[in-house]
Design a binder for this molecule. Structure first.
Ligand SMILES: [Zn+2]
Length: 341
């Protein structure tokens, strides 16, 4: 099956009542881990690349690795998504390259740091929707501002400064025509999300449910949704790492989200932790080794394990064979038939 639009994956997920993990990649091994996990669990999957990932891989390496993934795993519905596009130009370059989905993060200005105005956000997001939908490509927007910083992108802070306002979210969806909506409910990017196991004071699941009740048909996206499991932190610290104590978003909270309209769940940190822990273990236990494969292989396996576990927990496992890909040209025709007001 060709690379598919994210809209189709999320529509199917809504029908089936499950969520789909969106996993970040920078290199071949991460893509291989995700594809093996998808095959193992028979899962549709979203692979996403930040601006940092695109520059690290010079775009073309990443894109051609994705084509290889698609060729080697033809049974897996696979989306290539731009994570946190900072401008119309970034989104356009992703679409031109062959991405089947883009995020226009207009919640921040083009510097990727400064919170923007609602009007600015609507303007740039709508512009991306127009050019993406003309090609059948999906658009994710963001309303409210997430906490933390990753790959140089983010406003910093705890994630509680700009929690999404439900009424504003409704106006944003109506005025932009986005396919999926990232909301801010107290989550942050990076490993240091919470300084204790999160409760309702810092992780606003009630706000998410409120937004879902107001916009029951909108596909919601949870960013910064690594769970930062203690066992992965322990492996790193046992083998010479120095992670400070930290908590992520518990899987049961993500599952509550999925029961309330969350269709895309972004996970990056957990995979980074798994890879680093596996590499540190090889270095510590067998310091005589110097073939990169000796540590990249265990790293790849450790990441595959985490991804497969999340696929099962999010409910996407077993759904890879549910549908055939809708060609992007046909998606474009469907969008053209329902223009944004
Ligand atoms: Zn994010």
């Amino acid at each position: 099956m060709p690379l598919v639009s994210m809209r189709q994956l999320l529509d199917e997920a809504a029908k089936g009542g499950y969520g789909v993990g969106a996993f970040n990649v920078n290199n071949m091994e991460q893509i291989q881990s995700i594809m093996e996990a998808a095959r193992e669990t028979k899962s549709p999957v979203i692979v996403q690349a930040s601006r940092g990932a695109r520059s690290y891989s010079q775009d073309k390496f990443l894109y051609h690795l994705m084509l290889a993934a698609n060729e080697l795993y033809p049974e897996i519905p696979l989306v290539l998504h731009q994570d946190h596009g900072n401008s119309v130009a970034t989104c356009k370059s992703a679409i031109d390259l062959g991405f089947t989905s883009v995020m226009m993060d207009g919640s921040l200005m083009e510097d990727g740091k400064t919170p923007s105005s609602f009007e600015y956000n609507v303007k740039v997001t709508r512009e991306v929707v127009e050019l993406a939908h003309a090609k059948g490509v999906t658009v994710e927007g963001e309303i409210g501002v997430l906490g933390g910083i990753e790959d140089g992108h983010g406003a910093g802070g705890t994630g509680l400064e700009h929690v999404t306002d439900p009424e504003q979210a409704a106006r944003f969806v109506e005025q932009t025509g986005v396919d999926a909506l990232a909301i801010a409910i107290g989550t942050s990017h990076g490993a240091y999300k919470f300084s204790r196991k999160p409760d309702g004071a810092v992780l606003k699941m009630d706000r998410l449910i409120e937004i879902h009740n107001l916009l029951p048909k909108v596909h919601l996206v949870m960013h910064g949704s690594s769970s930062v499991p203690q066992d992965l932190q322990d492996i790193i610290n046992k083998y010479g790492g120095k992670l400070k104590p930290t908590w992520g978003v518990p899987v049961e909270e993500i599952q509550l989200g999925i029961r309330n309209g969350v269709r895309k769940v972004n996970v990056d940190t957990d995979n980074r932790l798994a890879i680093t822990g596996a590499i540190r273990k090889v270095f510590a236990e067998t310091p005589e080794k110097f073939d990169p494969r000796d540590y990249m292989k265990p790293a790849r396996e450790a990441m595959q394990k985490v991804v497969a576990q999340r696929m099962t927990q999010f409910g996407q496992a077993g759904h890879a064979g549910d549908y055939e890909a809708i060609p992007l040209a046909l998606m474009a025709e469907q969008y053209a038939a329902q223009p944004v007001a």
